[in-house]
Each structure stands twice: as structure tokens, then as C-alpha cells.
Ligand binder design. Structure first.
Ligand code: SF4
Length: 248
């Protein structure tokens, strides 16, 4: 029989599940539904009182979730229409403790086919840029604003970005890089919540989730406009300088 559960209810159930998984990870074994507990909730105006764990592992309440946990929660995502045309979800890859995270717009044909980010012609140029920074793809992390390929490589739509961005946020919270590099207009404008052009945004540090963010041109744009490579080199030199500072 077809499910009658509506999408908002599905989202709510997912949110509840996420919260329960988190509470379990910090040692919560249940909720105090006794008369005293309920009275305390009424008095304080807070949610259910989590019971202290009897044999809780010494896990900090502020322990961030891991990338694996974020990936597991994403599952075979159908949260936006881009799921309909995808071959693979392109979650992102690289060092889970990377000091530098590159964020692009979304998977293209090759990425959709392979499940890996930035593997086409633009990806090869990004690999060269990373090598010129004396880094490697294994020591950085590469992700996108949306994880499924928009049809015909069109820009992702606002509702698709809204559905997917929470997962990128959680990835960045898990990694806590020293610097984010936003590749291209869509990534930069989305992360900085602005309509300012990439030409104006690039070259200066901004911030996303309190992490310094440098916008620069997308490698695909550089393939079409190789004369702009000099500006990207200026931007990545600023990133290298920032990365050379001792981490706090
Ligand atoms: S783009 Fe993101 S939100 Fe949309 S289906 Fe893919 S993983 Fe889910």
C-alpha cells in the first residue's frame, strides 16, 4: 500500500531521528517522564529531560558528528528533485581533518557517473591548482553546494540548495577547516548569501560559519577564460599565506 506520510512529516521524523541519534551519542539512554520530570519541564519551559547515562562513555556534549555520520544520515537522499536524474550522490571527499575545503557548485556529468567531485576537465585543473599550492587532493576536502547533478548542468535552484545545504554545513562543522575556498559564482553567492558578482567577491577573505572564506573563479570558467588564471593564483596565494599561520 502506498505511504500516506506527507513530505513535511517525513522531514520532521528525520529531524527527530537526527536528534535522537545525537542524544544517544552523548550518552542519553531515555527521558524522564515521571511526574517530577514533567513538572520540571513545565516550570522551565524546556523539552523532555534527558536521563543521565548509567554507563556513559566520556563523550563531550559538544562532540561534533563525523563525516561518516553525516553521510549515513544523507542516505539515498530524495529531499529535492535532483535525486530523480542522478546516477550517484557526490558527497565530497578528502581529508576529514583538512585545513582547506574547496566548495564548488554541483556535480557535472563525469562526477555524476563516478560519484567523485571535480574529476572532469575542470577537476583536472583544480588538481593542478591544489598541487601548485603544495597540497594534494588527499590533504584537502572537496565538496559542492548540491550533491546531485542538475540536469544539463544548469545552476541549482533555490529549493534544491535549501534542501542540500544543511549537509554541507554539517560536513564543514565536522571538518572545521582553517579556510574555505568557494569556487565560482554559485558557491560564493550561496555561502555568503549575496548577489554580489564573483569578480567583486574574489580576492578578499569573507566568512562562512566563522571560517575564513576566499571566493575565486571556478576552474570551468578558467578553461574558457585562461587569462583569468592570474587572479586565481593571487587568491590561492592569500589562502596559502593564511594556512601558513599557526592554527588556533
Ligand atoms: S541534491 Fe542534495 S538534497 Fe537534493 S537529492 Fe541530492 S543529496 Fe538530496
Amino acid at each position: 500500500m502506498a505511504s500516506t506520510v506527507t513530505p513535511p512529516l517525513v522531514d520532521l521524523l528525520r529531524e527527530i531521528r537526527r536528534s535522537l541519534v545525537y542524544l544517544k551519542s552523548i550518552g542519553c539512554t531515555g527521558f524522564d517522564c515521571s511526574a517530577e520530570g514533567v513538572a520540571m519541564v513545565a516550570q522551565l519551559g524546556v523539552g523532555p529531560v534527558a536521563k543521565p547515562a548509567v554507563t556513559a562513555a566520556p563523550v563531550s556534549a559538544t562532540s561534533p558528528e563525523t563525516l561518516d555520520q553525516v553521510r549515513a544520515d544523507l542516505g539515498e537522499c530524495t529531499r529535492c528533485p535532483l535525486c530523480q536524474g542522478r546516477t550517484h550522490i557526490v558527497f565530497g571527499e578528502g581529508d576529514p581533518k583538512a585545513r582547506l575545503v574547496f566548495v564548488g557548485e554541483g556535480p557535472g556529468f563525469e562526477e555524476d557517473q563516478s560519484g567523485h567531485p571535480f574529476v572532469g576537465a575542470a577537476g583536472q585543473l583544480l588538481t593542478k591548482i591544489i598541487a601548485a599550492m603544495q597540497l594534494s587532493r588527499e590533504t584537502v576536502y572537496i565538496a559542492n553546494i548540491v550533491k546531485c547533478r542538475p540536469p544539463g548542468n544548469r545552476n541549482p535552484q533555490p529549493d534544491e540548495i535549501r534542501a542540500c545545504m544543511p549537509f554541507l554545513r554539517r560536513q564543514l562543522a565536522a571538518i572545521r577547516p582553517q579556510v574555505i575556498c568557494a569556487l565560482g559564482k554559485v558557491a560564493a553567492q550561496t555561502l555568503l548569501d549575496t548577489q554580489t558578482s564573483i569578480s567583486r567577491l574574489r580576492g578578499d577573505f569573507h566568512a562562512f560559519m566563522d571560517i575564513p572564506l576566499m571566493p575565486t573563479f571556478h576552474p570551468a570558467f578558467l578553461l574558457r577564460n585562461p587569462e583569468r588564471k592570474r587572479e586565481v593564483w593571487q587568491d590561492v596565494q592569500k589562502i596559502m599565506k593564511r594556512l601558513s599561520r599557526p592554527s588556533t
